[in-house]
Write a protein that binds this ligand. Structure first.
Ligand SMILES: Cc1cc2nc3c(=O)[nH]c(=O)nc-3n(C[C@H](O)[C@H](O)[C@H](O)COP(=O)(O)OP(=O)(O)OC[C@H]3O[C@@H](n4cnc5c(N)ncnc54)[C@H](O)[C@@H]3O)c2cc1C
Length: 561
């Protein structure tokens, strides 16, 4: 018996689930085929020790400005967000401390002023002045993340980019379209004078977007900071709670969710995507599922074209360019430490943090950018993992004081502590090199933490867990290279060139096949942005008529413009 749906989605990650919800809410019949036993992709939780819940991948939810929360009414499906007051802090080796966050603006500006009065004024002008009205920030963030890139026949000049239009409309005294040509570090050097302030933003950039030294990425680089500022937080219970809400929403709208169903091939007929072919052991009646309107790939762009589609269906040139998509820059070693005590920081940090609530992320070694550059050299040039403390600038995050559900009383979970490492396939000592060095890496990182929090001695550490990029790539087919942002967020793979220019609007050279994975614009992070952006394109192509609940991006440029 032929099994068919209007839409077949390959993969049940956040983007796969949310596009399924959107389309089913429009009245289409939709099924999701997910390889793993669980949906959610990178948005998952594990319990390595009874009662202790950690996020092996995504931990923060920055998507507060995402239209999906309203449009899909996720609160009705159990979604509850914990907003952080104080999203970032840092400590120098001599115990000076800095912190900032939207929920404790005054304390933030005060703490920055102790490093530089000028920087405090800039921060004040930017966050509490221009973007104080939350709707301004929402408009700005949506113009970047929740707006599809322009159609190929339209080339926007920097002053015409949606975010430039918003800044102009808001009358920003600081913003200049020339920022679009800079790296984040160049922009930070222009704006601020204190190294600690610059480094705090630079590290928020590197761990949530492009490397701060990459040319032409200052906007996505700085926007990561704005995502954090506006809506940094996490779903109560951990990131997987977002998956649960999306699955409930999907089921409510009639989506069929098949797990343990690996798609082996995209079913092609007369050059068009017509459905999917599942692995022999898939627990469904027929191994072929037909898609009457579209197949949507929530798989990484590389396997989508290199594994799931027979090579004869694509040009040799296209295949070579897909192979050439750069993965560098998003592979993270993630450490989780369970302790019986909170850190007692050296110097003034405990005192500073207590005024604005403990920061979710404390950066260790805000002294100079040298550690950041050393780490960059190790990872990008020498293709190895940093192992000397002076080559590491790490964030140290506490989860349980924001969400008591993650561990029993009397314990603390510091999670995740991130270290940049190369993608497994690039590592000069082979793909398992980081896994082979786990004990050594954990030892150095813990020593580094003790440098600023000496009370965390061995007897206070109950357990240590880690997740390497190699582990991530085994766990989730979507995490090619264990890369949290899918592909490198460099100038050549950003905006209308992401992941390749002809794929930027989520369409592909294969009719009826669309992309909906973090390897498409705007990229990594569980923002439900790829799915929202793809909706604009599907509305055009499939002549969908969503209900009144739908609103497009104000800055969307239609294909026939
Ligand atoms: C270490 C780390 C830390 C991170 N931290 C954060 C964070 O703090 N905040 C944040 O927002 N984001 C974070 N991220 C990124 C976030 O996890 C991803 O951006 C997000 O999960 C991507 O969602 P997605 O739906 O595009 O893809 P994925 O989550 O990769 O989902 C793709 C799904 O498709 C399935 N699939 C793939 N191929 C097939 C196939 N052939 N057949 C069937 N199913 C298939 C996969 O199993 C997977 O479930 C982090 C990622 C990592 C690795």
């Amino acid at each position: 018996m032929k099994q068919s749906y209007d839409i077949v989605v390959i993969g049940g990650g956040t983007n796969g689930l949310s596009i399924a919800c959107y389309l089913a809410k429009c009245g289409l019949s939709v099924c999701i085929c997910e390889d793993r036993a669980e949906t959610g992709g990178g948005v998952e939780n594990i319990e390595p020790m009874p009662g202790f819940r950690i996020d092996p991948h995504a931990t923060y939810l920055y998507g507060a400005a995402a239209p999906a929360f309203e449009q899909l009414e996720l609160h009705k499906f159990g979604f509850r967000m914990i907003h952080y007051k104080n999203h970032i802090g840092g400590i120098t080796s001599d115990g000076r401390a800095l912190m900032y966050g939207r929920g404790c603006t005054e304390a933030s500006i005060e703490s920055v002023a102790r490093f530089s009065q000028k920087d405090a004024e800039i921060l004040d002008a930017y966050y509490t002045g221009l973007l104080e009205d939350p709707s301004n920030m929402v408009e700005y963030l949506r113009s970047i993340y929740w707006t599809p890139p322009p159609p190929a026949h339209i080339t926007l000049r920097p002053e015409e980019f949606p975010w430039s239009l918003v800044m102009k409309k808001l009358g920003s005294p600081l913003y200049d379209p020339d920022w679009n040509r800079l790296s984040t570090m160049e922009l930070l050097d222009m704006l601020y004078e204190s190294e600690a302030v610059k480094l705090t933003s630079a590290m928020a950039t590197w761990y949530n977007g492009p490397h701060p030294c990459w040319k032409g990425t200052a906007i996505p680089g700085m926007a990561c900071n704005d995502l954090l500022w506006y809506g940094g937080g996490k779903p109560r219970g951990g990131m997987h709670s977002l998956t649960h809400a999306l699955v409930r929403c999907a089921l409510h709208h009639g989506v069929k969710v098949f797990t343990n169903c690996r798609v082996e091939e995209i079913l092609m007929e007369e050059g068009e995507a017509r459905g999917v072919i599942l692995s022999d052991d898939a627990p469904v009646k027929t191994k072929k599922i037909y898609a009457d309107k579209a197949v949507i790939s929530n798989a990484h762009v590389k396997p989508t074209f290199l594994d799931l589609i027979p090579a004869r269906e694509l040009s040799a040139d296209f295949i070579e360019r897909v192979k050439g998509i750069n993965l560098k820059g998003g592979s993270l070693y993630v450490l989780h430490i369970v302790t019986t005590e909170m850190p007692k920081f050296i110097g003034e940090a405990d005192e500073v943090f207590s005024h604005g609530e403990y920061p979710t992320a404390v950066l260790i070694d805000l002294d100079s950018r040298e550690a950041m550059f050393n780490m960059e050299r190790d990872v990008y040039a020498l293709n190895t993992h940093p192992i000397k403390p002076e080559n590491m600038l790490i964030p140290f995050l506490n989860q349980d004081i924001f969400d008591e559900t993650v561990c029993p009383k009397g314990y603390h979970v510091f999670s995740p502590i991130y270290l940049q490492v190369p993608p497994p396939e690039d590592h000069r000592d082979g793909p398992r090199a980081v896994n082979d060095a786990i004990e050594e890496i954990n030892g150095v990182v813990i020593e580094k933490i003790r440098g600023v929090a000496p009370n965390l001695t061995d007897d206070k550490i109950v357990a240590v867990f880690q997740n390497t990029p190699y582990d991530s790539s085994l766990r989730n087919l979507g995490f090619v290279g264990g890369n949290w942002m899918g592909i490198s967020q460099e100038e050549e793979q950003w905006y209308e060139k992401k992941p390749l220019p002809e794929l930027a609007r989520y369409r592909t050279p294969i009719p009826n096949l669309y992309l909906c994975h973090q390897t498409s614009y705007p990229g990594g992070l569980a923002l439900q942005a790829v799915s929202y952006n793809l909706m604009h394109i599907l509305i055009e192509d499939l002549k969908i008529e969503p209900g009144e609940w739908w609103y497009p991006s104000e800055y969307f440029i239609p294909s026939d413009a």
